[in-house]
Ligand binder design. Structure first.
Ligand SMILES: C[S@@+](CC[C@H](N)C(=O)[O-])C[C@H]1O[C@@H](n2cnc3c(N)ncnc32)[C@H](O)[C@@H]1O
Length: 255
């Protein structure tokens, strides 16, 4: 895939915020505009990675889950899922996916280049999760295991309401009871920062939503007792409440 050096990519901008080196001038330029309209955004991304780290440890140690299936993964660097999961257990299996061909290609090459047998990176539009769920790679990686942790972080606000509800339902029907959904979303407090919303919409469609709406869209997924929280406050407070109040996280499960 030829990289368009004039087109910013949200995955590479996040990589920049996280201190990674897979980003270009066009990404850094837009990243600095984000920092201007929303100071602390880079810190916010680090807090989100720390949430991912805590929730992954929780799923491995408390729930005994070793298989991770991730949608809209972005770049598999800077503390993304496999780094955390494999730190906790060599039994972990991680299937990443994204719909951006350039990110998928980078992800595939990264996984091959790192010699990671337990990790794969595939193309998938989260609007059609069945294309990933039906892929033979799932059986190759997870075997018969369908008690799985599904990653759906910072992706919901990029999908239209009906699409999101359908995708979450398709995934729910496919996984086994005891499976979990790692979920984060831009909440309606994002609207307090109109310049931020404008910049986000310059990249792609963006739908911040109140928690109540997300709870409806989750359908049969049950939120764990930890509830819906700011990412720095899951499962309890690791930073002052509201440190990143535009972003909420939750862990849900299939009973
Ligand atoms: C904001 S990043 C989140 C990355 C990662 N999940 C995280 O939380 O750090 C969103 C990612 O979702 C991808 N994406 C956007 N729309 C998508 C879709 N319909 N299906 C799959 N991936 C999508 C983008 O290419 C990008 O890599």
């Amino acid at each position: 895939v030829a990289t368009d050096l004039y087109k910013p990519s949200s995955a590479r901008i996040i990589d920049y915020f996280l201190g990674g080196d897979h980003n270009y001038a066009v990404d850094r330029r837009l990243a600095r505009q984000f920092e201007e309209v929303f100071p602390g955004i880079a810190h916010g991304w680090r807090l989100q990675r720390r949430f991912l780290s805590r929730v992954t440890a929780y799923l491995i140690w408390k729930e005994g889950i070793h298989c991770f299936l991730d949608f809209g993964s972005g770049l598999p660097t800077c503390g993304n899922l496999h780094e955390v999961a494999l730190f906790h257990t060599p039994r972990a299996r991680i299937l990443y996916s994204d719909n951006d061909p350039e990110i998928v290609e980078y992800g595939e090459q990264f996984v091959i280049g790192s010699g990671l047998d337990n990790v794969r990176y595939l193309a998938c539009d989260a609007a059609k999760p069945e294309t990933l769920l039906d892929d033979p790679a799932v059986g190759e990686l997870f075997g018969q295991e369908r008690r799985i942790a599904v990653g759906f972080t910072s992706l919901a606000h990029l999908l239209e309401q009906d699409v999101l509800a359908r995708s979450l339902r398709v995934i729910y029907d496919w996984v086994a009871p005891g499976s979990h959904l790692i979920f984060s979303f831009a909440n309606d407090q994002t609207n307090d920062f109109p310049e931020l919303v404008m910049l986000l919409r310059s990249l792609r469609s963006f739908y911040p939503r109140p928690s109540a709406e997300i709870l409806e869209l989750l359908g049969p997924w049950q939120v764990t007792r930890h509830g819906v929280r700011c990412c720095a406050c899951w499962p309890k407070s690791y930073a002052p409440e509201g440190v990143l109040r535009t972003n909420s996280v939750l862990l849900a499960y299939k009973p």
